[in-house]
Design a protein around this ligand. Structure first.
Ligand code: 3EB
Length: 330
C-alpha cells in the first residue's frame, strides 16, 4: 500500500498509510495567487498567502504535514514554525527595507538557531522581490546570495558546503522576501548533478558569492529536487528558446533521477506523492509547454502547480522543481 496522496502535496511526516482527512494533520502551506503576502494563523497549522499568480494546478502547496499530537506551533525570529519531535518546518515573510542582504542573512541565522546542534535543513524555498532588478549596481538575486553565503560561512565555517539544502529562488511580486523551509533530525543526503557545476562553486561572474544549495536532498520520508533549469556546467544555455530550455531542464532532471538510483525521470514520476512546481517567466509559454510537461514529466492538473514568476537568472524562462515520497528501499 502506498502513502496517502492528495492534490495539495505529498504527505510527509508520519503519514498514516491510508487516506486521512486534512484535519488529521497540521500543515505548513503556501497559498499562491492571493492578494498580498500575509501571515496566516490557521488553527490547524500555518498558511501563508503569497501573491504569485497561478497559471495552472493547485493553488495551495503543503510543504510539510505533521501529526497533531506532538506538533507545536511557535515563533522564532522571523519565522512561524511547526515543530514535531524530530521535524521542523517554518516560513518567514519579511518586508524589504532596501537591505535584502541583511534580510537573507538574518533569516538564515534564525533558521540555524532553530535547527540547533542536531537538526538539518532539507529544503528551502525563497521568493525574492524584484529578483532580476539591480540595487546599487548589483542584481537583487546576487545580493540575496551574499547574505545567504555569509550566514552559512559564519555558522558552519569550513563545513558550510556540506550543509546546503535543496532549494529554489524565484521572484516575488510584492516587496516581501519570503523564505520557507523543511528540516529535521535525520542527516540528509544532499546530491549534485554531474552535468552541472555545484551552485556553491559557480564562478564569480554570477555574483560575488555563489548560491548556497544542493541539487537534491533525500531526507526523512521525502526526496526534494531543487529548482532545475537550462544550465550546463555553470552556463545558461538556449537563452530565448523555450523548447530547448525544457530539453536541457529534462536532461538535468534525468541526471538527478539517475544520481538518486532511478532509471530515469519517468521512474520518478511513478513515486507516491510525486508533485511538481513549474515557474514560468512568460505566461504565454504555458500552452506551448503543457504537452511537454505532460509527456516528459507526467504533469497533471492534480500534481503540478505552474506559477508565473521571474527566475533567478534573467536569461532563464523556466525552472522546475519536484518532491515525492522516498521509496522504502532508499
Ligand atoms: C540554478 O541552477 C538555477 O539560489 O537557491 C535553482 C535552485 C536556482 C535554487 C537558489 C537557484 C537556487 O542555478 C537557479
Amino acid at each position: 500500500m502506498v502513502p496517502a496522496v492528495d492534490s495539495l502535496g505529498p504527505p510527509m511526516v508520519n503519514a498514516p498509510r491510508m487516506n486521512v482527512a486534512a484535519e488529521a494533520t497540521r500543515s505548513l502551506a503556501i497559498r499562491f495567487g492571493a492578494g498580498r503576502a500575509s501571515n496566516g494563523q490557521g488553527e490547524e497549522g500555518i498558511e501563508v498567502a503569497l501573491p504569485v499568480p497561478v497559471l495552472a494546478g493547485p493553488a495551495t502547496e503543503r510543504i510539510a504535514s505533521m501529526t497533531p499530537g506532538q506538533c507545536k506551533r511557535l515563533e522564532h525570529g522571523r519565522f512561524q514554525v511547526l515543530r514535531h519531535p524530530d521535524r521542523l518546518a517554518g516560513i518567514a515573510v519579511c518586508p524589504i527595507d532596501g537591505d535584502l542582504e541583511a534580510q537573507s542573512y538574518a533569516c538564515y541565522r534564525d533558521l540555524f538557531a532553530l535547527l540547533g546542534e542536531d537538526q538539518h535543513a532539507y529544503r528551502v524555498w525563497h521568493y525574492v522581490p524584484q529578483i532580476n532588478e539591480l540595487s546599487g549596481g548589483l542584481e537583487n538575486y546576487r545580493i540575496f546570495n551574499i547574505g545567504r553565503r555569509r550566514a552559512f560561512d559564519d555558522h558552519f565555517g569550513a563545513l558550510a558546503e556540506s550543509q546546503m539544502p535543496a532549494a529554489s529562488a524565484v521572484g516575488a511580486p510584492d516587496n516581501r522576501f519570503v523564505m520557507a523551509f523543511v528540516a529535521g533530525s535525520e542527516t540528509p543526503r544532499y546530491l549534485e548533478n554531474p552535468h552541472q557545476t555545484p551552485a556553491y562553486h559557480y564562478p564569480q561572474s554570477y555574483g560575488p558569492k555563489s548560491p548556497s544549495f544542493a541539487r537534491a536532498a533525500v531526507a526523512d520520508s521525502m526526496i526534494y529536487i531543487s529548482g532545475t533549469a537550462s544550465i550546463r556546467g555553470h552556463e545558461t544555455v538556449h537563452q530565448g528558446d523555450l523548447h530547448s530550455q525544457f530539453d536541457v531542464t529534462l536532461e538535468n532532471l534525468n541526471q538527478l533521477a539517475q544520481a538518486l538510483g532511478f532509471a530515469s525521470w519517468i521512474a520518478v514520476t511513478e513515486q507516491p506523492g510525486y508533485n511538481l512546481k513549474v515557474y514560468l517567466r512568460h505566461p504565454r509559454d504555458l500552452e506551448r509547454l503543457r504537452p511537454r510537461l505532460e509527456e516528459a514529466l507526467h504533469a497533471e492538473e492534480g500534481n503540478t502547480t505552474i506559477l508565473h514568476t521571474e527566475i533567478c537568472r534573467a536569461d532563464l524562462d523556466l525552472e522546475i522543481e519536484a518532491m515525492f515520497s522516498r521509496p522504502a528501499s532508499f
